[in-house]
Design a protein around this ligand. Structure first.
Ligand code: ADP
Ligand code: MG
Length: 605
């Protein structure tokens, strides 16, 4: 273990000792106030830490800034108090309500909020929290602004009693440990990986068959449950809760804890909560406005100076001294790499119609990007789609893959209409697309990206069994073995494009739509890509390939569709298309025709 790593571990152990041993046993005269003050601040810090962990879990994994948890932990506190008082139940059964009722209320709010992003998401969640505060201020069952009192210590469990403040403090710590364990389990699970993928690149995740709403909804529900339970603990600790404890302004303190401690480190939000609550004590101020001011200033300072938080910075410092990773061998982007033997393009009999678009229209206002396109692709085919920029190629692909609704017309896949289906649902049918600009999940390595998709594709019904299974096999088939452990941010442009195809192939599709896959590739990469596509075709994948590079595209295609101004200009075998005067005039150009004639003459001579 390196020196820095030892420092990191020592700091963690020291923090744990302070929290577990020093706080409950600290002699009162040493802090100049009664021991119970220290213990009650520490108790509150533990509860805040649970809220910070529960909120940070959602914020970190989804990337969405929620303030709804401010109201939700209030709902938890009041659910516990009201059930204790009116149902005459003890603290333990009331915890069930403190978990379930926030989760129930979170459902409609999440369904609304998750349809928005960024500022709109923030505003919707603030509105929810303020609505909750308004409700609990004005309802009679919540006892209005006076607050709800419920001084019900938890009944003992076997030999464990929870009468004393220190035993209750340990109880909060146990719940905090459970919250952190839940965060760790979610973060390390496949589910957590898919959430991070959505956070990194939402539309890429959708295109690969991941249901964004369901994932974010589950994460939001988990978070609501955790902060709800923390609300019940708050009532236990304070014995009375008032509406103003749960406003969105108060929740800034929780955000400060999350940012200060470090959002992306498991223990970060918890450490932050301790600092935030002890801060006013150290400064010697108990004016709540003063605390808010300090929180605000600190929040800005922390974001500027320690964007990864205290624990995050410490962890980064520890990792900084680790052995530098061995330089990766050059992939296809850099030269020699053993690719699977190229498959010769053989004429193979085509099957039934797999994809059919009939008079598809897509208008953007007055701009008729697609103005009645018919296209019919048969199983086993490689179909090229060419045309000038702005002719509607990408729009057609977006309509087929569900990213754009059509203005008119019908699209069927295996005879079933695709209209009304979301992109992820279309992808799960085995119809997968790539994007014109290469996209990747920024916080993953190449292998992790493919593993994520391989795992979620496994449970799907429409998988092409002929394609290789497993991330390593897919990466190898795309010539990316040597780059498998590189973070995607370190891949070359060519490798990034190939990874796009590798991720799509990880879904084991039947129909693959590629938007300019060869754009910007070196000649070596273009050869690698050609082999990948021909291998995929040999494994029963039907391909629709948009590209501008005719020397790449024409040799691999069975047929070519030419778009111009949103309509179909021509369609036919590559040779016929290359000779078609209308296509030459509209797109290929005279110089292409001459070069091609020269090449053909050279082959004959
Ligand atoms: P291509 O891929 O063939 O270069 P596109 O399909 O990207 O062309 O674009 C076709 C036309 O549709 C262009 O005029 C483009 O400006 C327009 N267009 C594409 N997407 C949108 C959009 N989301 N909103 C408005 N106009 C769009
Ligand atoms: Mg395009």
């Amino acid at each position: 273990m390196g020196r820095r790593r030892r420092v990191y571990v020592a700091v963690n152990i020291a923090l744990a000792l302070v929290v577990l041993v020093a706080v409950p046993t600290w002699p009162p005269h040493l802090i100049g106030s009664a021991n119970t003050t220290l213990l009650s601040v520490a108790s509150l810090a533990a509860i805040w830490a649970i809220v910070a962990v529960g909120t940070g879990m959602f914020v970190n994994l989804s990337g969405l800034p929620t303030l709804a948890q401010g109201g939700l932990w209030g709902v938890g506190a009041y659910a516990s108090g009201i059930t204790i008082i009116h149902l005459d139940i003890g603290f333990w059964p009331s915890l069930l309500f403190a978990a379930a009722i926030p989760a129930l209320l979170a459902l409609p709010i999440a369904l609304v909020a998750l349809r928005t992003t960024g500022v709109a998401f923030l505003v919707v969640t603030i509105a929810f929290t303020e609505f909750i505060v308004l409700l609990i201020t004005n309802l009679s069952i919540t006892e209005g602004p006076r607050g709800l009192q419920a001084a019900e210590p938890p009944g003992s469990i076997g030999p464990l009693e929870f009468e004393s403040l220190s035993s209750q403090y340990y109880l909060y710590l146990v719940f905090l440990a459970l919250a952190i364990a839940l965060y760790a389990a979610v973060a390390r699970s496949r589910f957590g990986a898919r959430l991070r993928a959505i956070r990194d690149r939402e539309r890429l995740a959708r295109s690969l068959g991941i249901n964004v709403l369901v994932h974010q909804l589950i994460a939001f529900e988990l978070s609501a449950t955790v902060v709800g339970v923390a609300g019940a603990l708050l009532l236990l600790q304070q014995q009375v809760v008032t509406p103003e404890l749960f406003g969105s302004l108060q929740f800034i303190g929780i955000y400060l804890a999350i940012v200060l401690g470090g959002l992306t480190v498991l223990g970060g939000p918890a450490l932050g909560a301790w600092i935030v609550l002890f801060l006013p004590l150290w400064i010697g101020s108990d004016d709540p406005n003063m605390s808010l001011l300090i929180y605000g200033v600190l929040l800005v300072a922390a974001m500027l100076v320690l964007p990864r938080g205290l624990l995050g910075a410490l962890k980064g410092w520890t990792a900084g001294a680790a052995e530098p990773a061995p330089a990766a061998e050059p992939g296809p982007g850099g030269g020699d790499v053993a690719l699977p033997p190229p498959v010769e393009r053989t004429a193979q009999p085509l099957g039934d119609v797999l994809l059919e678009a009939t008079s598809v229209k897509r208008w953007f206002g007055a701009n008729r990007a697609l103005d009645g396109i018919d296209i019919s692709v048969r199983t086993g085919e490689i179909r090229g789609v060419i045309g000038p920029n702005g002719s509607g190629k990408t729009t057609l692909l977006n309509c087929v893959s569900g990213f754009l609704a059509t203005t008119d017309g019908a699209i069927t896949y295996r005879g079933e209409p695709l209209q009304g289906r979301r992109p992820d649902s279309i992808a799960r049918l085995g119809l997968v697309r790539t994007f014109q600009e290469p996209e990747a999940f920024g916080s993953f390595t190449a292998r992790e990206s493919c593993e994520l998709i391989v795992a979620s594709a496994r449970s799907r019904e429409a998988v092409n069994e002929q394609l290789p299974e497993g991330a390593d096999a897919v990466l190898a088939s795309c010539g990316l073995s040597a780059a498998a452990d590189l973070p995607v941010t370190e891949l070359s442009y060519g490798q990034l494009r190939l990874l796009g195809v590798a991720m799509a192939l990880s879904c084991r599709p039947y129909l693959l739509l590629l938007d300019e896959p060869a754009a910007g590739l070196t000649p070596t990469d273009a050869v690698a890509l050609r082999d990948v596509l021909l291998n995929a075709r040999a494994a029963g994948v039907t391909l629709v390939v948009i590209d501008h590079d005719m020397s790449f595209l024409l040799p691999i295609c069975d047929s070519v569709t030419v778009l111009d101004g949103g309509t179909k200009l021509a369609e036919g075998e590559p040779d016929a298309i290359a000779r078609d005067p209308a296509v030459i005039a509209a797109y290929l150009g005279e110089s292409f025709a001459k070069r091609r004639a020269g090449m053909l003459a050279g082959e004959k001579g």
